[in-house]
Ligand binder design. Structure first.
Ligand SMILES: Nc1ncnc2c1ncn2[C@@H]1O[C@H](COP(=O)(O)OP(=O)(O)OP(=O)(O)O)[C@@H](O)[C@H]1O
Length: 367
């Protein structure tokens, strides 16, 4: 795990996550989060209208949905801060309503905006929460110091929380959620307000927490960011689960649109034509200069045609094309064949992330 963090982290990266407080893990922590038939209304607004979800231990699960779809309401119920009207909820095996203390003792909650007591220092904020979780003083002091290092707030440890910027408050909120080494972590828009470096740190930290066997449920509107860290996803729309059971690995077999960039547009599009691969001009370029008509680009391959495209052609320029592939295997084959045929490929990547694609497909269905 350490190597993963170091590999991806220039300049030494975030300090290691502090060792968990050695309280024995509940035997049911591996149950993660299980929700069935959850409903919650605010007056006439049905914020949750039938949510079913499973977030597994050892995995990062993305909670995805448009504004007002019920993500925060769901997280508040899971955190034991809101009583549902109907349905069953288990967090690390405990019901947050009937067994609130046990559930909260295993749950770390990071709201989208973390309010602090401005007169307390960052260290005092964390120590106060450590005391609330009844962590012995000596152990708590060490834990708090480690967490301040983890979220890069050592410099601000003894300054009033009021001087912290929004992003720094978010990081303090994350440290607060981790004080008692929870089995289940609930994060509502954790990256909002974070600078790019802190976002990378957050992603690495969440990955590591999941690798330690914790359940991580994270909501965000930034799908590209969720994509980087999520193993599974749950989609909410109008208070209902609309896609459950979405997993990163199950998506490997799904069709996808790829963007291919080449030093030579002509070499690329000539090869695509000869290989019988349907393609479209890349919107980022406009229609490539001198490219064949995309409508005519689905001609069957000509076995007699030479497989080596010419070098740069007069008037040719770097550019790209967009192609549809059947699955990851198909993408790998296409790239291999293009390179083998001598196309000077400079980039080959999905046009959209899988989460973003799934989200847009969902939106498309609703129209
Ligand atoms: N305390 C409340 N009183 C009344 N209505 C509420 C309350 N909290 C949430 N709602 C309503 O419940 C619905 C779900 O809100 P929620 O905050 O859970 O959505 P969300 O998916 O988190 O949205 P966003 O992405 O904008 O944060 C919305 O229609 C919202 O207006």
């Amino acid at each position: 795990m350490t190597s993963t963090v170091d590999d991806d982290t220039p300049g030494g990266g975030p300090p290691p996550v502090p060792a968990p407080v050695p309280t024995p893990q509940a035997p049911d922590a591996a149950d993660g989060i299980v929700v069935a038939g959850l409903r919650r209304a605010f007056g006439t607004v049905q914020a949750l209208d039938g949510v079913d979800l499973r977030a597994r231990a050892g995995r990062v699960t993305a909670l995805v949905g448009p504004n007002g779809s019920g993500k925060t309401t769901l997280l508040l119920v899971l955190a034991g801060l809101l009583v549902p009207d109907q349905g069953s909820v288990r967090v690390a095996g405990h019901d947050p309503v009937t067994d609130g203390a046990a559930a909260r003792g295993r749950t770390g909650w990071m709201p989208d905006a973390f309010g602090t007591w401005d007169s307390l220092t960052a260290r005092e904020v964390l120590s106060t929460f450590a005391a609330a979780y009844r962590i012995p003083r000596a152990q708590a002091d060490q834990r708090v110091a480690e967490l301040l290092a983890t979220v890069h707030l050592e410099e601000y440890a003894d300054r009033p929380a009021s001087v912290l910027s929004r992003g720094q408050k978010q990081r303090l909120g994350l440290a607060r959620a981790l004080v008692h080494s929870p089995d289940v972590l609930l994060l509502d828009e954790p990256a909002s307000g974070l600078d790019p470096r802190s976002r990378v740190d957050l992603r690495l930290l969440l990955r590591r927490l999941a690798d330690e066997g914790r359940t991580v449920l994270v909501s965000s509107h930034v799908l590209s960011e969720l994509e980087e860290m999520a193993d599974d996803a749950v989609f909410l729309s109008k208070g209902r689960t609309v896609v459950g059971g979405w997993t990163e690995t199950s998506q490997a077999a799904a069709p996808r649109r790829y963007r291919v960039r080449s030093l030579s547009t002509a070499a690329l599009t000539d090869w695509l034509g000869r290989a019988g691969v349907a393609w479209q001009a890349d919107d980022e370029d406009g229609a490539p200069a001198g490219a064949p008509d995309p409508a005519a680009s689905t001609a069957p391959p000509d076995p007699a045609a030479p497989d080596t495209p010419a070098g740069p052609i007069a008037g040719d320029r770097p550019g790209g094309a967009v192609v549809d592939v059947a699955d990851d295997e198909d993408a790998a084959r296409l790239l291999r064949e293009a390179v083998t045929a001598g196309v000077p490929v400079t980039a080959f990547a999905p046009v959209r992330g899988r989460l973003e694609q799934a989200y847009l497909d969902l939106d498309e269905e609703r129209r």
